[in-house]
Design a protein around this ligand. Structure first.
Ligand code: AMP
Ligand code: MG
Length: 495
């Protein structure tokens, strides 16, 4: 890789200070002809980067990994993971971190506060962790990650972000010949549960300790002086994931591949592979083509998060206490809090969706009764809440049944009993119920057009997804469901 002077990055790299076994230094081979497909102007500005420079030829050479920025440290990270329940050695097989961008103060560009962000090129070529893979990525899936991660951010979900997608000018061989692409991913760090599993399995107690101290310093510095900081780390991560998954559930987001290598220590959503948003409410919904047993179905996400946190907890046991029994006991006490933490987050999100301000025993059954009617009458998840919020499209389906009318009266009674004005109720509902989500057929349509060289469909979709909680006239067509087909929607990962 040839070097260029550092034009705008403010790198303060720290990951390379970990023992060398945590990463591999990478010398990328250049791609043929980098060409910009989409660039995130707002995100770039927030990161203190120079938009015009990054979009120039030299900037694109950097985002393609053809030129190395002076001061950057090009590394692939080592990690393991439980994939569909099975432990495996993994690592960045097709991604390279170029550096850690330091900004002047804490910002929330991932919906988590941080003043430092990893800049990573995904699809940039082979690394020592590529196994039999080609290290490459394909245009469609990288644009899909861009669209969905940006939509998630605008929906208020903690998430990694997408700075740019480039075409590489090279062919990539999948089930057919595809266009190669590289996505620039931004994260408050790429530390995963799997990074800890790697340390625990290959580097011993000292390795886990170094990593845990690093993670605390980067994400949870307020616990660094706590009595048992490793137990506190477990608690913070547990809280972050209870919060995250409850957020996902509240908008019908299905991650699709909740392997421990795809779970961040920061609690940001990462790895937009086979994810998709649920349309018709059905808790059994699965989109991923490889998830044949429905392990990562919508209804399982909260429990899978808990299972994943247990795998994370196991890596910390040797640090929590020298006495194994005592350590297990302490960790178990933290893990036991997950169910309540998740429930608190879930019920909070759901009651906001229904304009309920106060905590009452009855809220749970109001929410659950609505959900079971939605399931029974096959109502769209997002649009049901839009109907309730804007009193729209209620002359059909579930809404005209006597069952619903009974529920509605009950709900209205609940609203009246809380001493809030109806304006306040509906304001809360508007803030809590997105009008638009990246509907699968809309995403597919945008990707198909982009594949044929027309980016306008995607640009329009991204524009609508920018303000999902503001009802605008131009959203109508994005609220509609796809024409019914006999085939379920399927997503694919690792493409
Ligand atoms: P994912 O399904 O994207 O979470 O990837 C799981 C693992 O496979 C990670 O270690 C990736 O780096 C690796 N991987 C996925 N696609 C490729 C590829 N085309 N070449 C090399 N490694 C890959
Ligand atoms: Mg992954």
């Amino acid at each position: 890789m040839s070097k260029v002077n550092n034009p705008c990055f403010n790198f303060e790299n720290t990951y390379i200070n970990l023992p060398k076994s945590f990463y591999s230094e990478i010398n990328l081979s250049p791609v043929k002809k980098p060409e910009l497909v989409i660039f995130n102007e707002d995100l770039s500005k927030s990161l203190g980067l120079d938009n015009e420079y990054l979009k120039s030829q030299e900037g694109l050479e950097i985002l393609a990994g053809n030129k190395k920025v002076d001061g950057g440290e090009y590394i692939a990270q080592a990690y393991c993971g439980h994939q569909f329940g099975h432990f495996t050695m993994l690592g960045d097989g097709r991604a390279v971190m170029i550096g850690e961008q330091k900004v002047s103060k804490d910002i929330e560009i991932t919906k988590k506060k941080s003043n430092k962000f990893d800049i990573q090129l995904k699809g940039s070529g082979r690394t020592p962790y590529s196994r039999s893979g080609d290290g490459r990525a394909v245009l469609g899936p990288m644009l899909r990650e861009y669209i969905i991660s940006e939509a998630m951010y605008n929906l208020g979900m903690p998430t990694t972000r997408s700075l740019a997608v480039l075409k590489t000018g090279e062919k990539v061989y999948r089930e057919s010949v595809k266009e190669g692409a590289i996505l620039t991913r931004i994260a408050s760090s790429h530390l995963r549960f799997g990074t800890f599993e790697y340390a625990a399995n290959y580097l011993g107690k000292e390795g886990v300790k170094i990593l845990a101290d690093y993670a605390i310093d980067r994400h949870y510095s307020h616990i660094k002086d706590s009595e048992n900081k490793y137990l506190s780390l477990l608690e913070e991560v547990t809280k972050a994931h209870a919060y995250l998954v409850a957020k996902w559930q509240s908008v019908g987001f299905i991650h699709g591949v909740m392997n421990t290598d795809n779970m961040t220590i920061s609690g940001e959503t990462i790895d937009y592979g086979p994810c998709a948003f649920m349309d018709i409410y059905n808790p059994e919904t699965v989109f991923s083509s490889i998830d044949v047993h429905g392990r990562y179905a919508y209804k399982n996400q909260p429990n899978i998060a808990s299972w994943n946190i247990c795998r994370f907890a196991e890596t910390l046991l040797q640090l929590i206490d020298d006495d194994e029994e005592a350590s297990i006991d302490m960790a178990q006490k933290v893990l036991n809090k997950y169910t309540d933490l998740y429930f608190e987050n879930w019920i909070y999100n759901m009651r906001c969706k229904l304009g309920i301000f106060d905590k009452e025993e009855e809220n749970k059954s109001i929410i659950e009764d609505l959900l079971s009617m939605m399931e029974k009458y096959k109502e769209d998840f997002t649009n049901t809440f839009v109907s309730l919020t804007y009193k729209k499209d209620m002359d059909r389906g579930m809404f005209i049944t006597s069952e619903f009318k009974g529920w509605y009266e009950n709900w209205q009674e609940r609203l009246k009993s809380q001493g809030k004005s109806l304006d306040e109720v509906y304001e809360l509902m508007k803030k809590s119920n997105p009008v638009v989500i990246p509907r699968n057929h809309r995403v597919e349509e945008a990707l198909k057009a982009a594949d044929n060289g027309d980016l306008t469909v995607m640009e329009k979709l991204l524009c609508v997804l920018k303000n999902p909680y503001e009802y605008k006239e131009n959203m109508e067509e994005y609220r509609q469901l796809a024409e019914p087909t006999d085939l379920p929607y399927r997503t694919y990962c690792g493409t």
